[in-house]
Design a protein around this ligand. Structure first.
Ligand SMILES: [Fe+2]
Length: 566
């Protein structure tokens, strides 16, 4: 069966193709239309995944959509009837701007498809509950997707909930409990991200700030998030939730004035970030510790935007009783299309998604040598061919040059995993400050992530075998061993942590070879890996890469087997 997964109309639109239970292509629309977190109907993403799967829309049996607008409409109606005044305020102040427009657009999904692709689609549309799509995106891509597992989903919100705990066995997802929207940990995180002077989708900045903080607001956040004896939690005062009723005066009394974007950061801001993140972490750990005492399961899947937080993930790995923990490379809504399609494979078509011993995150477009050469020629770019780009790249990096690295199929998810990356040597003091200020043009406090071979990772970082799957997708922090922090200044954050990615010959041959060649020259198989973009979606095509190269002070650009210099 051919299943087209879609997310659209809210944010992070994407398309995914699953054929006979196997995920064959996935791409976020933002990479193609170049609008960050776009909510557009994913026309380009659909075109790509169908082409990659060598099928036409007429061949698609099911379109699976990662939101149930009927359920959402009922939830909205209930809120409107129960609390019309508060609902009005919510609509005025809502962050993120969830509204009836996205519900209406979702309800018109089939007619949109018929209008855009007249006479083509003959299958049926299935609306998958948002948190079920999240759950499936984690469980079916986990290496243990034939075994029972618990699944924790935590995000901004789904149709009528913000946190869900599922138990899955024999492909049956059983909802154990869910927290209502007004108990959203994700919205709480976003509210305080806004309070600290950042915008929606900039929660990563709050995560970076937290590393500079102390727990001086511990009492305030303990009052906000209450942990219950039954393994659940509640947010005690909904004035903290932007979604429900955002009140600056309420926040200001306990946390001081809201920071404006250009105002300097003070210790108070770092401490708010630390205490808020710490209390959310405690709430997550509370759930994660309780769930297996009820289910007896040994495997845990996590999904939802909160699990982009590498610090929370590290605590779960360290202190839960689960034997195996998995987070997909796209736990946020950019994985919604994949989750909807994987869920529908079994639920609608009776096909168990393929076993996934080692899911590859590289599910996006690739560009052949002919396409890259044609692009270079069309733009009049000077270039030359290189037989083994990793050798030349390693030499440049050992000379402290900064390179653009564009290889193979683009990675899915918000983290650049080495196919659309900017790479630099982590050995030189001051390199992270230079990258922040001059290359990425972003705040001084944001750290850079290391990519390493397995051997180097075990040598330099406080990691133990067996290595977590999360280290493959840059989804967990680890500590740099104290004796190597001075050796690797470019990737040691202020608190000694690093958001590690480990590559192997099997997972990413080009990057693995580059690391080995860099090691031959410097003695260290570790590099800085940051996303190939400048305040825009990660580059996808050779044109995008050349556009970014023209703006950013990179020394060299490797496009497959072609090298572009200055
Ligand atoms: Fe979500």
């Amino acid at each position: 069966m051919v299943i087209l997964g879609l997310s659209a109309f809210v944010h992070d639109s994407a398309a995914c193709l699953v054929i006979d239970g196997r995920l064959v292509a996935n791409v976020e629309e933002e990479r193609l239309d170049r609008i960050k977190h776009t909510r557009s109907f994913p026309v380009s993403a659909i075109e790509y995944v169908l082409k990659q799967g060598k099928v036409r829309l007429a061949d698609v049996d099911v379109i699976a959509y990662n939101w149930n607008p009927y359920k959402s409409a009922v939830a909205e109606a209930i809120k409107m009837v129960l609390a019309p005044v508060i609902y009005y305020k919510v609509m005025k102040h809502a962050r993120p701007p969830k509204n009836l427009r996205s519900i209406a657009a979702s309800l018109r999904l089939l007619s949109t498809i018929k209008r855009l692709y007249p006479g083509q689609f003959k299958g049926r549309v299935v609306f998958v509950n948002h948190h079920l799509a999240h759950a499936a995106s984690s469980y079916y891509l986990a290496p243990f997707n034939r075994e029972p597992a618990d699944i924790l989903v935590a995000d901004g919100h789904g149709e009528d909930c913000s946190t869900s705990v599922f138990s899955v066995r024999d492909n049956r997802f059983e909802l154990k409990w869910k927290a209502p929207i007004w108990n959203s940990l994700g919205v709480l995180y976003t509210t305080f991200t806004n309070f600290l002077g950042f915008e929606n989708y900039q929660e990563g900045k709050t995560m970076a700030l937290a590393s500079y903080g102390t727990d001086s607001f511990q009492e305030a956040f303990r009052r906000i998030i209450e942990l219950k004896a039954n393994g659940q939690y509640a947010i005690s005062n909904q004035k903290y939730l932007g979604l429900w009723y955002y009140s600056e005066t309420g926040l200001g009394r306990e946390f001081g004035p809201q920071r404006k974007r250009e105002e300097p950061l003070e210790q108070r801001h770092f401490d708010i970030a630390f205490s808020m993140q710490n209390r959310i972490k405690e709430a997550i750990l509370h759930m994660v510790r309780h769930a297996p005492t009820v289910s007896g399961h040994e495997n845990l899947c996590l999904s939802g935007g909160l699990f982009l937080n590498c610090d929370i993930n590290r605590e779960i790995l360290q202190s839960s009783s689960y034997a195996k923990v998995f987070v997909p490379p796209f736990p946020s809504d950019s994985g919604g299309a994949a989750g909807a399609a994987l869920y529908a494979a079994f639920a609608c078509c009776g096909e168990t998604p393929a076993e996934s011993p080692s899911f590859s995150p590289y599910q996006g477009p690739a560009y052949g040598a002919g396409e890259i050469a044609a692009c270079l020629e069309r733009r009049g770019q000077t270039y030359r061919s290189v037989a083994e780009p990793w050798q030349e790249a390693a030499r440049a990096l050992a000379e402290d040059k900064i390179i653009g690295w564009f290889q193979g199929r683009m990675e899915s998810g918000p983290r650049a995993l080495g196919n659309r990356s900017i790479l630099a040597s982590p050995l030189q003091p001051g390199v992270s400050e230079y990258l922040n200020a001059e290359v990425k043009k972003r705040e001084y406090f944001r750290p850079f992530a290391p990519v390493a071979t397995r051997e180097a990772a075990l040598k330099y970082f406080e990691l133990q075998e067996p290595l977590s799957e999360l280290t493959r997708y840059m989804l967990v922090t680890t500590k740099v061993k104290p004796e190597y922090r001075a050796t690797l200044p470019g990737i040691s954050h202020v608190d000694g942590t690093a958001r590690i990615q480990i590559v192997s010959l099997e997972s990413n041959a080009e990057l693995y070879r580059l690391l080995l060649d860099f090691e031959k020259l410097t003695g260290h198989a570790v590099l800085i890996n940051t996303s190939f973009n400048l305040q825009e979606p990660i580059v996808c095509s050779p044109d995008d890469a050349l556009n970014c190269f023209a703006k950013a002070p990179l020394d060299l650009l490797f496009l497959g087997n072609f090298l572009v210099g200055r």
